[in-house]
Design a protein around this ligand. Structure first.
Ligand SMILES: Cc1cc2nc3c(=O)[nH]c(=O)nc-3n(C[C@H](O)[C@H](O)[C@H](O)COP(=O)(O)OP(=O)(O)OC[C@H]3O[C@@H](n4cnc5c(N)ncnc54)[C@H](O)[C@@H]3O)c2cc1C
Length: 440
């Protein structure tokens, strides 16, 4: 049985209880449909606080949650009645521009990472919304506009400082605890609290370009087919995408990282797809690119997301995608993979989907709880129309979908190996509020 009562006064950071100033901010997550009340929030000031918090939770049998950026759509970070390790005071980033590395604290948001690296023209793969946490993102894989150029965030991890289930601090690198190092590159929060990520940086400059055309979805099949056919083998600075919004146009576009002039051939291809309803071509800084979806992806709204990895898509799949325009809610995206993502062997990290052609997501945003069922049902229905072409799913795009979905996110071989790592590092499954892989 969990035991309550005051926490020992061994924290340098803050302990927040229900009613404390800051408690409601600490327990809030990105998805406004999640409303959980931990018994304790420990706003850790550093690694020692994380160690103490893990030990207290373990000794008292309290459910334990770990919050980085709070973006998990299922709101895993916050345990009802348990202890929340809030990493919001651990957001430091230290860049070594000569070695091209960054030391990133476990609670850092992507915007802090980009802000620290871009003055040197450096960056590493981070997601496309700057208020996402490096913690959950990197541990599940980490896909962003640089992924086709330099790999996933987890491919750029050089090492991790980890507080284990036993409350000790270890370093996981290719040489030290290689099994843990493997599992942390895709296996999510299953193995401990990462207090520091050591990441490789790349000289990507500070420039970028976005180009988009809006087309009529009713006559968009040929354009969609042509555009997506170029996605997998596109030049590595480019990521090609297609979007459909309920009642809206088909948008085909690309994001380019680097000197905008070099994107001209792809922009010409885009312009050749037909007469657009609208056309937007915008050179912008890499930092602005990384922030451009921040407002649309703001915290606090109710959200639902369903996702698949898909291979090459026949016309029947493209027609199903275009039919999303006829729905009453939701929007869907196909994001091109390939490039450096596919350079890595499937078993080299715990992120196995190296051969995926596209990531498909359908999502909805609303505010009135009375609309929950309509939005969730529509997203599920639309996603089911793409499911026949599904080859898996990104673990970071899963909601609370149960053990079978987690299994699908990893596939049999990776899942079995993750279970071995889990048995070695968290045999009692203390870290279970996540896309959980139980011990073998
Ligand atoms: C608006 C939005 C945009 C997104 N864009 C992208 C994208 O471009 N690319 C992409 O790959 N993904 C993207 N995602 C998915 C994202 O990677 C996951 O939601 C991820 O879990 C977010 O991490 P977080 O730290 O913000 O979340 P949190 O909810 O704080 O954490 C989620 C889980 O991660 C674990 N965790 C977090 N930090 C740590 C840590 N330091 N140590 C151990 N475990 C930890 C815990 O298990 C926790 O329950 C996006 C999500 C949203 C909501």
């Amino acid at each position: 049985m969990p035991t309550a009562g005051p926490l020992p006064t061994l924290f340098e950071g803050d302990v927040l209880l229900p009613g404390s100033p800051g408690y409601d901010v600490a327990r809030a997550v990105w998805n406004g449909a999640v409303d959980r009340r931990p018994a304790y929030v420990v706003r850790c000031a550093g690694t020692d606080d994380v160690r103490a918090a893990v030990r207290v939770a373990r000794d008292r049998g309290l459910p334990l949650g770990v919050k980085g950026g709070g973006h998990s759509a299922a709101g895993w970070a916050v345990p009802d009645g348990g202890l929340l390790i809030d990493l919001s005071r651990m957001r430091g980033v230290v860049v070594d521009p000569v070695a091209r590395t960054a030391q990133v604290q476990g609670g850092a948001l992507l915007g802090s990472l980009d802000a620290a690296t871009q003055p040197y023209g450096l960056a590493t793969t981070a997601g496309i919304v700057s208020h996402t946490g490096i913690g959950g993102l990197a541990l599940g894989g980490g896909v962003g506009w640089l992924a086709r150029m330099v790999g996933l965030t987890c491919d750029n991890a050089l090492g991790f400082e980890v507080v284990t289930a036993g409350g000790t601090v270890v370093h996981a690198t290719p040489e030290e605890h290689p099994d843990l190092f493997w599992g942390l590159r895709g296996g999510g929060g299953n193995f401990g609290v990462v207090t520091r990520f050591d990441l490789r940086l790349h000289d990507v400059g500070t420039q970028a370009l976005t180009a988009e055309v809006d087309l009529d979805p009713a006559s968009g099949l040929d354009a969609l087919r042509t555009w997506l056919a170029s996605a997998y083998d596109a030049p590595r600075p480019a990521t090609l995408l297609a979007q459909v919004r309920a009642g809206g146009p088909l948008t085909l576009g690309l994001v380019w990282v680097g000197a905008p002039a070099a994107a001209a051939p792809l922009v010409a291809l885009l312009d050749g797809l037909g007469t657009p309803l609208a056309r937007r071509v915008a050179p912008l800084s890499y930092l602005d690119l990384q922030r451009r979806s921040d407002v649309g992806a703001a915290h606090g709204h109710r959200r639902y997301i369903k996702s698949h990895y898909v291979g090459d898509l026949p016309d029947a799949a493209l027609e199903a995608f275009l039919a999303h325009a006829d729905a009453d809610v939701g929007s869907a995206t196909l994001l091109g993979y390939g490039g450096a993502i596919a350079d890595v062997e499937a078993g080299a990290t715990a992120f196995p989907h190296r051969e995926a052609r596209f990531e498909y997501d359908v999502s909805a945003r609303w505010d009135d709880p009375a609309d929950d069922e309509r939005h969730v049902a529509t997203c599920r229905r639309l996603s089911a129309t793409i499911a026949p072409w599904s080859v898996g799913v990104y673990v970071n795009a899963l909601g609370a979908e149960g053990g079978a979905a987690v299994h699908r996110a990893y596939g049999a071989a990776t899942y079995a190996r993750l279970q071995q790592v889990k048995s070695a590092w968290d045999p009692d499954n203390i870290f279970r509020l996540n896309q959980n892989v139980p011990p073998a």
